[in-house]
Design a protein around this ligand. Structure first.
Ligand code: FE2
Ligand code: FE2
Length: 438
């Protein structure tokens, strides 16, 4: 029989029988204990001894025995509730049963005690949750969809998650980016003043239809590529999956508004080029999360930020400008995620530089037969920048388009340097980047 000092938790069970609610007190009380900890149950029920010892054997706890309950005020215990024996009109004696928590039969890990998240200025951010419940360095696929911080019963099935390493999955900034993403959602149905779209010349509208066809096709890849990784991310890093889900919602909205813009001016959709198709397939086929994030978000979406700014600067009306401006804000967040992801992974894995460079080179080899920006897009952007199809305007539009390519290259180098590459590496990687931009 244990002494008072070994009892960690005591409960007052009155005359509750095993099948009458007693376990709703016993099981949660055992969860508060470390394995080996002792629970005292003060009870005046007659037949609890046999029931408890059988239950303990099944659940792999240890029934230590029973003894008369001490009087009220004894340390670590409470007196029984003084149930009454109506047949004799006297209080029934209270007995103290002792159970030692087993090692195996109950959930592993400590309960989150004193977990009290507090709102700041009326807000409770995902960033605050992450700092209260940090991500583990590695994750166990046998904890399945158990939320980080839950106590997990042993013996569960192994899940097919294979992104199990915090340094290659979850940059520390991810929860903050998720908060920003949720706050920045907009509605492509309601928030664009579609009714204000003016009539343009057929030539200009066809150019716009072409540009937005290209944008929508690329946005489709930006929706599908992250989706391939979400189901592989261990839920210990749920904030990454949650951020990617906001990114996918953003891309869905971009596809929607870009196609609406192409079809609102009278010209409809333009051409989908083999160069684009080849480039996007090479993204979709990537199986490494960090390589995919690097190619899609740092290089591809980074270049798209410059492209969207160019379209906004040359937009012939406010509706077109609004569409690309809103999309560009979202893209800046996607690029930010890509940069912090890659920076974090590079800081923890020096061998990653070479792997990322190899990924860019492999893709460049696949794209070797597709040199140059897709021609329908070149023409569309040139006419958009010209604002008309008079040859003098076109000459200016052509120069603007060439300047865009230079600006994209310069900004890619800056992003690559920010991600952690040297200037020489950044220059090489930028030059090898796909002519499709994404
Ligand atoms: Fe997008
Ligand atoms: Fe994006």
């Amino acid at each position: 029989m244990s002494t008072e000092s070994t009892i960690a938790v005591a409960i007052d069970a009155g005359d509750l029988p095993m099948g009458g609610g007693l376990m709703a007190l016993v099981r949660p009380a055992l969860l508060l204990l470390e394995p080996g900890g002792v629970l005292a149950i003060n009870s005046c029920h007659d037949s609890l001894q046999d029931d408890l010892s059988v239950w303990c054997r099944i659940k792999q706890h240890e029934y230590l025995g029973h003894e008369p309950a001490p009087m009220a005020g004894a340390s670590g215990t409470t007196e029984g509730s003084g149930c009454h024996d109506s047949s004799v009109g006297k209080p029934k004696p209270t007995v103290r049963h002792l159970i030692r928590r087993g090692d195996l039969s109950v959930p592993q890990g400590s309960r989150e005690t004193n977990m009290r998240l507090e709102a700041v200025n009326g807000r409770l951010s995902a960033e605050a949750v992450l700092s209260a419940v940090p991500m583990p360095e590695t994750a166990d696929p046998r904890t399945g969809f158990a939320p980080r911080g839950a106590q997990v019963e042993p013996g569960g099935p192994r899940y097919p998650f294979d992104l199990l390493d915090r340094n290659h999955v979850a940059p520390p900034e991810v929860a903050k980016l998720y908060d920003q993403a949720v706050e920045s959602q907009w509605d492509g149905n309601r928030d664009i003043p579609w009714h204000k779209l003016p009539m343009h010349s057929p030539d200009l509208e066809r150019a716009i239809g072409q540009v937005f066809t290209f944008l929508a096709e690329n946005e489709l890849s930006a929706l599908y590529v992250p989706s391939r990784f979400v189901s592989r991310i261990h839920p210990a890093y749920a904030e990454v999956a949650m951020f990617l889900s906001t990114q996918m919602a953003d891309e869905a909205r971009h596809i929607d508004v870009f196609l609406k813009r192409a079809r609102s001016g009278g010209a409809g959709l333009g051409v989908s080029s083999v160069t684009t198709s080849q480039s996007l397939l090479s993204l979709l086929e990537l199986t490494d999360f960090t390589e995919a994030t690097f190619l899609l978000s740092v290089l591809g979406e980074g270049t798209f930020v410059d492209l969207l700014r160019f379209i906004e600067d040359h937009a012939p009306d406010d509706v077109t400008a609004e569409v690309v401006s809103r999309a560009r804000n979202d893209e800046a967040r996607h690029v930010h995620f890509g940069l912090v992801h890659v920076r974090h992974a590079l800081a923890n894995d020096p061998g990653l530089y070479q792997r990322l460079e190899n990924a860019v080179r492999r893709r460049a080899a696949v794209m070797a037969a597709n040199s140059g920006v897709p021609e329908p897009l070149q023409d569309g952007l040139t006419i958009l920048a010209a604002g008309s199809t008079t040859y003098r305007d076109i000459a200016r539009g052509h120069d603007e388009f060439r300047a865009l390519l230079d600006e994209m290259h310069t900004n890619r180098i800056k992003r690559l340097e920010h991600a952690g590459f040297t200037s020489a590496q950044a220059n090489t990687l930028s030059e090898l980047h796909t002519p499709n931009f994404m």
